[in-house]
Design a protein around this ligand. Structure first.
Ligand code: GLU
Length: 471
């Protein structure tokens, strides 16, 4: 049987998407795909802004990164202005809308009067029913909203919602610059794209009655509405695009895996599923729009981090490598060609929370590594020279590259320099071999570096930083 469920994700490219936007995209995708329906991507870019292109391109990148592929072409509202204008003309002709020539001054006065009276500011319908038409005077187009009665709709999460028409005024559907407004374009597009289920944030609940009224006036079929409860930060503040902490760009840059983010967002729906999904297709079978909870959710960044730690070790190696590569390219990181990269990754994986941790570890195996100049000062001394020289001479003659021989020489080294604290000797080794004061098991790192690179590094450090001590 043909199923016609069509959902959409309709972001405005006014900034980088935040985690709440991604939840909307995910739930819309899951609901459509669960029902063999379509998931449409519509970029709501009528508010012409010079950053539109940058942000909308990033939206596409993010959806691809997450694996939330869309069906059909991408719709850009900025390409559809003529379509909206035709419908506005139709509405003007059919008395469903009217031109309003009220000046800003007049509107401000009405506003002030309302505020003084303690009532919600709204337009006083001065131009309604006057059929005004002047040339060369700027105007807006207003929707002729019903003056009486209620708008009642059933939200799948919030249940029955009632608004009184009296509360809504004749809102603007076309600005004086000729550009149609959000509430109008959404209706035209949701109808044109045959959207059956509108899934969006709770912050849009107030727009829904306006949109329903336009749907009715144009005799369009009204979709079903699902408003997702708002997401709060730990201080119970609404998250926004302006806060970089919740920005998807931050998660991508730091090396989260999409699967961790998607699992966390599914968990936020509180569907009572205690299961970690390995891919988005598995999620769609259990996703149930009708069981989502209504109360707001609190974002717990630590939980995402722990999920990421879990997934780093539990996704397929191919998946991990794919996002490892994404990370390297995104951050312009250059890793030397390593023929034991897999071995290095599998060593560091259980200790990593983010791809960033894995990559930072891999950087130790580049031919040239970074040494902090302040730490150089700290470790530039005769002990360092003697320790490095000793180890160099021992390892140089090592024939079998095996951890037990490396362990053996490190033990010998500790004995030889037993007038120094073991901890200090280790710090010297960690620093000159890896550029960092603390790293996991240095013996294992030496093994992974392999003999040639290990000897090269020691020689390099002695020549560059410890040459004053050469006798
Ligand atoms: N463009 C709106 C936004 O980014 C969404 C509109 C909608 O889903 O109806 O919040």
């Amino acid at each position: 049987m043909k199923n016609n469920i069509i959902t959409r994700f309709a972001p405005s490219p006014t900034g980088y998407l935040h985690i709440g936007n991604i939840r909307i995209a995910l739930y819309s995708w899951l609901y459509a795909k669960k029902n063999n329906g379509k998931f449409i991507l519509r970029i709501e870019d009528t508010n012409l802004n010079k950053f539109n292109k940058k942000y909308s391109d990033y939206i596409l990148y993010v959806l691809e990164w997450l694996g939330l592929y869309w069906d059909d072409e991408i719709y850009y509202q900025s390409d559809r202005i003529d379509i909206y204008k035709d419908i506005i003309n139709y509405m003007l002709f059919n008395n469903l809308a009217y031109k309003c020539f009220c000046s800003i001054n007049r509107l401000n006065k009405i506003r002030k009067i309302c505020i003084k009276k303690g009532i919600k500011p709204k337009y006083d319908n001065f131009c309604r029913d006057k059929n005004l038409n002047y040339n060369n005077i700027p105007y807006v187009v207003r929707f002729k909203n019903s003056l009486y009665g209620n708008i009642v709709f059933k939200d799948i999460i919030f249940n029955k919602i009632i608004f009184n028409n009296y509360e809504l005024d004749d809102f603007i559907i076309q600005r004086s610059n000729g550009i149609p407004t959000y509430n109008f374009c959404v209706v035209v597009d949701d109808n044109y794209m045959s959207i059956t289920h509108v899934i969006r944030g709770e912050d849009h609940i107030n727009n829904t009655p306006k949109q329903i009224n336009i749907f009715k006036s144009l005799n369009y079929k009204i979709p079903k509405y699902i408003h997702l409860p708002i997401i709060l930060d730990l201080n119970k503040k609404k998250i926004s695009k302006k806060n970089f902490l919740f920005n998807i760009k931050k998660y991508i840059n730091e090396g989260y895996l999409p699967i961790s983010i998607l699992n966390y967002l599914l968990f936020l729906g509180r569907l009572n599923i205690n299961y970690k999904f390995n891919n988005i297709n598995e999620m769609k079978y259990i996703f149930n729009l009708f069981k989502l909870k209504k109360s707001s959710c609190i974002l717990n960044m630590k939980k995402i981090l722990f999920l990421n730690k879990y997934y780093l070790s539990n996704v397929s190696y191919n998946y991990l490598k794919l996002y490892f590569k994404y990370y390297i390219i995104n951050n312009n990181i250059i890793l030397d060609y390593l023929n034991n990269l897999d071995e290095i990754i599998s060593f560091i994986l259980p200790r990593s929370y983010l791809i960033k941790d894995i990559v930072n570890f891999c950087l130790i195996f580049n031919k040239y590594i970074y040494f902090d100049s302040l730490l150089i000062i700290k470790y530039k001394n005769n002990y360092s020279y003697l320790i490095l020289l000793y180890l160099y001479n021992k390892i140089k003659n090592l024939f079998f590259w095996d951890i037990k021989y490396i362990d053996f020489y490190i033990k010998k080294l500790l004995k030889k320099f037993n007038y120094l604290k073991i901890k200090y000797i280790y710090k010297i080794l960690h620093f000159f071999i890896t550029g960092k004061e603390i790293t996991p098991n240095i013996n294992k790192i030496i093994l992974l570096l392999k003999k040639k690179k290990f000897l090269f590094r020691i020689k390099y450090c002695i020549k560059k930083y410890l040459f004053n001590f050469i006798k």
